[in-house]
Design a protein around this ligand. Structure first.
Ligand SMILES: CC(C)(COP(=O)(O)OP(=O)(O)OC[C@H]1O[C@@H](n2cnc3c(N)ncnc32)[C@H](O)[C@@H]1OP(=O)(O)O)[C@@H](O)C(=O)NCCC(=O)NCCS
Length: 218
């Protein structure tokens, strides 16, 4: 996965460069580059078949689908199975996590990062099943995800986040992670079949480092 964060032509190890594109996307490679993340209440790991039922149930919600860019609605078990298969095969081409509760392993949502073409920026995306909203879970998950990106990917200078203008909860998560407003624009929504107004936020590495060290002296 980390290879996908490299610019075209940027150095990879010789062994990596000899591998075919298909080999580079093998599941074990994804696992290596997307380490399991642990936080106080959550375990974030690769999605797998056992998640399909819960994924289909939680994602089949217009309040979720209309807030993210590429989730079909209605969302069926076939959509969930296809999602898990494509993440396992590396076809989605990004670091995708199933968010689960540490206490019982319950699947509660997804998050992930996707590289931009500039090779220096990744974009964060996330959703949580409605029964789990407003308990601080996504802020906790995003803190872990942001820390992982900046700690393990020295080539990444900044993380972007976008949310619909009307998405108060997501804007709050973004703010609680230290992202700063950059501008507004339009983005496609698969569920709505149209473009929607969005806000664009960014967290750069130096701001993240500052926030981390600030937190440690409080
Ligand atoms: C957005 C989403 C991920 C937030 O997850 P979450 O775990 O509920 O978020 P948190 O609990 O960490 O934080 C939510 C914050 O929004 C606030 N909030 C939620 N609804 C609000 C509202 N209607 N008005 C004002 N604040 C609101 C909460 O009070 C909380 O802020 P606080 O900690 O300062 O009190 C979740 O609601 C979701 O998945 N929604 C549907 C999909 C989606 O929007 N994905 C993001 C696309 S950009």
């Amino acid at each position: 996965m980390q290879g996908e964060l490299l610019r075209e032509g940027q150095s990879r190890s010789p062994r990596e460069d000899q591998r075919s594109p298909k080999e580079r996307l093998r599941p074990e490679r994804l696992r290596t580059d997307c380490p399991v993340l642990l936080s106080e209440r959550l375990v974030m790991r690769a999605p797998h078949e056992e998640d399909i039922d819960a994924l289909a149930h939680l994602a089949n919600n217009a309040k979720v689908a209309t807030m993210v860019s590429r989730m079909p609605h209605p969302y069926t078990a076939n959509d969930a199975a296809d999602f898990v298969r494509r993440t396992k095969n590396g076809e989605i081409g990004k670091c995708v996590y199933a968010i689960t509760k540490a206490e019982n392993g319950a699947f509660v949502g997804c998050c992930g990062v996707e590289p931009h073409l500039d090779g220096r920026t990744v974009e964060i995306g996330y959703w949580l099943g409605e029964p789990y909203w407003n308990q601080g879970f996504m802020t906790e998950a995003c803190h872990a995800l942001v820390d992982m990106v900046f700690r393990t990917r020295q080539d990444v200078d900044q993380i972007d986040a976008r949310c619909r203008v009307m998405n108060v909860a997501s804007r709050r998560v973004i703010q609680k992670c230290g992202f700063q407003f950059q501008g507004s624009g339009l983005a496609a929504s698969l569920a709505l079949g149209s473009n929607v107004p969005v806000e664009w936020y960014r967290l750069d590495r130096k701001t993240w480092m500052s926030l981390r060290s600030w937190g440690s002296v409080l």
